[in-house]
Design a protein around this ligand. Structure first.
Ligand code: F6P
Length: 342
């Protein structure tokens, strides 16, 4: 078989490990040829690709990013997009396409499957918000980066008796915030799933600082929102793909906290450091497992399906099912984080 691979959406630690695993099993076991389309669906639309073989994949297991590049471009953005995908796959005699991506890429993959394209999905995102899989690779690494940062911020916060607001990624769901908040011992964790009450946040901080000894770590997911009509968030920027450009709630929150409590407050926005760099051991294993399972799915003709982690096993779930809604933080876990609120 000739198998195409692409990585779409924001990059994520573990993408190269998936590519390496696909190539290894494809070449050694199935005697396939693998082609990597460059920069996500852009490469398919524009017929840009590179051959992928075991030699080309040497040394990439621990490398962050993706050797074939990524983008948020999707075929359905263009009137002739589907025809261009069909033309490239025909021209390059591609028998199956493995699409590694998050919500946007997997939804496009689902739609291509419904049109009869031989596609298989692999879920990726540091945000861990893909339904149908208990974990996406990249999440564990991101949580560790955020936790390390919070550990460091504790000592400087304590020395100055300050409030430290730490903004982490998490557009629609607060998985990184909740896990890093619990792991890092945050006093308050604010997530998109539950709009926050700035009054209650400030009262809690004042209570905590009343003894004069305390510092406070507040972890906020970039997609967290205040209760309606409580804080003016100002104008919001839209990126090239129509998404609101997030990253900024930390600044707003820090200045509100300082203004309302009178306690010196600083903000750290972790941003893309959570997405760059080498994957954790867990993410390398999950990525490798997903890669092997994806090429097996291709050979079983499991098109329109996605590999997923469920109850400690890698299984297949339908893309239609997995892309119906996003996976939110469970109220049970968020309640654990709330136990530590002042
Ligand atoms: O990959 C998901 C994500 O990390 C979101 O948490 C974040 O909002 C977004 O990517 C940022 O994307 P970009 O790099 O395109 O600004």
């Amino acid at each position: 078989m000739r198998v195409g691979v692409l990585t779409g959406g924001g990059d994520c630690p573990g993408l190269n490990a998936v590519i390496r695993a696909i190539v290894r099993k494809a070449e050694r076991v199935y005697h396939d040829e693998v082609v990597g389309f460059m920069d996500g669906f852009s490469g398919v639309l524009e017929d840009r690709w590179m051959p992928l073989d075991i030699e080309r994949c040497r040394g990439i297991l621990p490398r962050g990013g993706t050797i074939i590049g990524t983008s948020r471009v999707q075929p359905f953005m263009y009137p002739d997009g589907v025809a261009r995908v069909r033309a490239t796959l025909d021209r390059r005699a591609i028998d199956a396409l493995i699409c590694i991506g998050g919500e946007g890429t997997l939804s496009a993959t689902r739609d291509l499957a419904e049109l009869g394209f031989p596609v298989v999905g692999v879920p990726k995102t540091i945000d861990n918000d893909i339904d149908g899989t208990e974990m996406t690779f990249g999440f564990d690494t991101a949580v560790q980066v955020a936790t390390d940062a919070i550990d460091r911020l504790h000592t400087t916060a304590e020395s100055h008796h300050r409030v430290m607001v730490v903004e982490v990624m998490g557009r629609h769901a607060g998985h990184i915030a909740t896990w890093a908040g619990i792991a890092g011992g945050a006093a308050l964790t604010l997530i998109p799933e539950e709009p926050f009450d700035i009054e209650a946040v400030c009262e809690a901080i004042k209570r905590r600082h009343a003894s004069g000894r305390y510092a406070t770590i507040v972890v906020v997911a970039e997609g967290a929102v205040p209760l309606p009509d409580t804080i003016d968030l100002g104008p919001q920027e839209i990126d090239l793909y129509g998404h609101i450009r997030l990253g900024g709630i930390g600044n707003v929150l820090a200045s509100e906290i300082e203004r309302r409590t009178g306690i010196e407050t600083r903000v750290t926005i972790l941003g893309h450091v959570q997405r760059g760099g080498k994957p954790s051991a867990f993410d390398r294993v999950l990525s490798t497992w997903f890669g092997v399972a994806a090429i097996d799915a291709v050979h079983d003709g499991a098109f329109g399906e996605m590999v997923a982690l469920r109850e400690g096993r890698v299984v297949r779930v339908s893309l239609a099912e997995a892309t119906k809604s996003l996976k939110r933080v469970s109220p049970e876990l968020y309640d654990v984080a709330k136990v530590f609120a002042p």
